[in-house]
Every structure is written in structure tokens, then in C-alpha cells.
Design a protein around this ligand. Structure first.
Ligand SMILES: Nc1ncnc2c1ncn2[C@@H]1O[C@H](COP(=O)(O)OP(=O)(O)O)[C@@H](O)[C@H]1O
Ligand SMILES: [Mg+2]
Length: 282
């Protein structure tokens, strides 16, 4: 790959075993995973519970280090850099988790967004600019003086994202950011993810919503700690049996339309693409 943002090279990872587990063979949460994330790309990672998605996310910004193999973030070996300058990795790759409550640390929104930049020693004037920009980007500037506890789940998640954006990372890894949100909150977060990708940032989105995965350039399916499939959304959703994962609405609808004799192209995977096609062929 010409310009990789993140490279995973044959990584294995085992969580620390409890005393009882020590009599059993070591269980690898990641068991020989290799792939690159191209700079500026939008990669979705899907897979059933326990398949290793969150463990991969944490490898991508050195919250976890591989038991064997190598993770390179913008060419930096996480195992080496985390010993000397862990912030170098965190500045490159931001993380947004499922539960916004676990990510907010301050009692005032704008302080929360400033927390990350303060920690990496950005000067106060620059922090103010970044906080303003980040809160504006996620549509939460007017709520800057509020306590996060007064906000909805979706609004809290937007604050968590603003906190990450204020660090100006080249890449953002989202670990099921919409899983705890209502449909409106989910749409808002997806809108922000699209916008961040539009700014040229690299996006890794872990999700169990296939409609969200369909918006990526590429989908990786994890299974039992291994990479099970890797392709464009059209390639992935053309497979006959995705098991528990299922298919996006547009793919299911396109199949029905084909059965009814309407020749919908195979690369249609989002609602927008389907609507456009149907309007064009009217
Ligand atoms: N903190 C932990 N300690 C021990 N085992 C863990 C821990 N977190 C996850 N695991 C195990 O690692 C495997 C992968 O988990 P995870 O990466 O969280 O999967 P996913 O995000 O796809 O649901 C699972 O078998 C899970 O039980
Ligand atoms: Mg997970």
C-alpha cells in the first residue's frame, strides 16, 4: 500500500490470564492479524461479539501493545514509542468509545474538550481556538458552558468527539460510537464521521450496523481473533451468507427489486445510491 496510516503486521495479543485460567492454554484475542489502513481512507470493522474488534482498536493507538508482531502508526512502532513518547501515538490516532459517560472527565463541556490538548502541552490561546472549532464542528458550541450530565447520549458523544478533534489527530478510531444512541443521535454521529473523513482524516469505524459499514471504502470482517474477509462494501455484501451480521437495507431491497425484474447494479449498498439509481431509471 502506497501510504499507510496504520500497519498491523501479524499481530497476536493475549489478555493477562486470571489465576484459574493459567492452567489453561493461552487464549489469543487476536491471532495473527495483518492489514494496513491507507491514509485518508474510511475502513469499517465488523464481526460478532468477542471477535477482537475492540482489541484491534486499542492496538491502533497503543492502549494495548501486541504480544507478538508489530503495529506501526505513521511508521512508528507502538511497542517502542509507547516507552518513550506515548503522546506521539495519541496525537496521531484519536479514539472514540461506545459509552460517552466513560469518556467525559470534566464538569463543564468546554473544559472537557480542552483536556486532551492541555495534556499534550498546547499553548492556551491555541487551545481556545481548537476548542471553539471542535465544538462548532460537532454542533455543540452553544452548549459549551453546560455540565455534560445535562446532555443527551448523542450530545455527550459529540462532546467526546470534539475532545478528540481538538487534538487534531490524522486518524480517528471509533469503537461502536452509536451503539448506545437513539436513531437521531446515530445519524448525527454518522454525519460527523462523514465530515471528518471529508476533511481528509483517516477513519476506522467499528460498528454492528451494516448501514454504517456500507458507507466505508472498505469493510473488514473479524472472526475469532482473525481477519475473516476484507473488501469493498459491494464485494462484502455480494457474499451469500454473512451469518449474524446481515445486510444493509439497500442491499436487501436491491435483491428484492432484482427478483422483481429490475436490474439494480451490484455495487449499490447505501439508501442514497439506491434512491439515485431508481430516480435515474424512472
Ligand atoms: N479486559 C479483558 N480481559 C480478558 N479478556 C478480554 C478482555 N477484553 C476482551 N477480552 C476477550 O478478548 C476477546 C476479544 O474481545 P473484544 O476485542 O472486546 O471483541 P469485540 O470488540 O469484537 O466484541 C474476547 O474473547 C473477550 O472475551
Ligand atoms: Mg467491542
Amino acid at each position: 500500500m502506497a501510504d499507510p496510516m496504520i500497519q498491523l503486521k501479524d499481530i497476536r495479543f493475549a489478555y493477562e490470564q486470571s489465576e484459574e485460567e493459567k492452567t489453561q492454554p493461552l487464549q489469543y484475542a487476536l491471532d495473527g492479524v495483518s492489514f494496513d489502513v491507507a491514509r485518508g481512507s474510511f475502513v469499517a470493522i465488523v464481526g460478532s461479539n468477542g471477535s477482537g474488534k475492540s482489541t484491534i482498536a486499542k492496538q491502533m493507538n497503543a492502549l494495548l501493545l501486541p504480544t507478538s508482531g508489530t503495529v506501526l502508526v505513521d511508521g512508528m512502532d507502538t511497542a517502542v514509542v509507547s516507552q518513550t513518547a506515548p503522546w506521539e501515538i495519541r496525537k496521531k490516532v484519536g479514539m472514540v468509545f461506545q459509552n460517552p459517560d466513560n469518556q467525559l472527565v470534566s464538569s463543564i463541556v468546554e473544559d472537557d474538550v480542552a483536556f486532551g490538548p492541555e495534556n499534550i502541552g498546547i499553548d492556551p490561546a491555541e487551545i481556545r481556538t481548537r476548542v471553539h472549532q471542535a465544538l462548532t464542528l460537532v454542533g455543540m458550541y452553544e452548549h459549551r458552558k453546560k455540565g455534560p450530565h445535562l446532555l443527551s447520549g448523542g450530545q455527550k458523544q459529540r462532546i467526546a468527539i470534539a475532545g478528540v478533534i481538538a487534538m487534531d489527530p490524522e486518524c480517528v478510531v471509533f469503537d461502536e460510537p452509536t451503539a448506545m444512541l437513539d436513531p437521531k443521535g446515530r445519524r448525527e454521529i454518522m454525519g460527523i464521521i462523514r465530515m471528518l473523513h471529508g476533511q481528509g482524516r483517516t477513519i476506522v469505524l467499528i460498528t454492528h450496523f451494516m448501514e454504517e459499514a456500507a458507507e466505508a471504502d472498505r469493510i473488514i470482517i473479524m472472526e475469532h481473533g482473525k481477519l475473516h474477509a476484507d473488501g469493498t462494501p459491494a464485494e462484502i455484501f455480494s457474499k451469500e451468507d454473512l451469518g449474524v451480521l446481515g445486510y444493509p437495507f439497500a442491499v436487501r431491497m436491491a435483491r428484492r427489486l432484482r427478483k422483481a425484474g429490475i436490474d439494480v447494479p451490484a455495487d449499490i449498498v447505501t439508501d442514497e445510491q439506491l434512491a439515485e439509481y431508481l430516480c435515474r431509471s424512472k
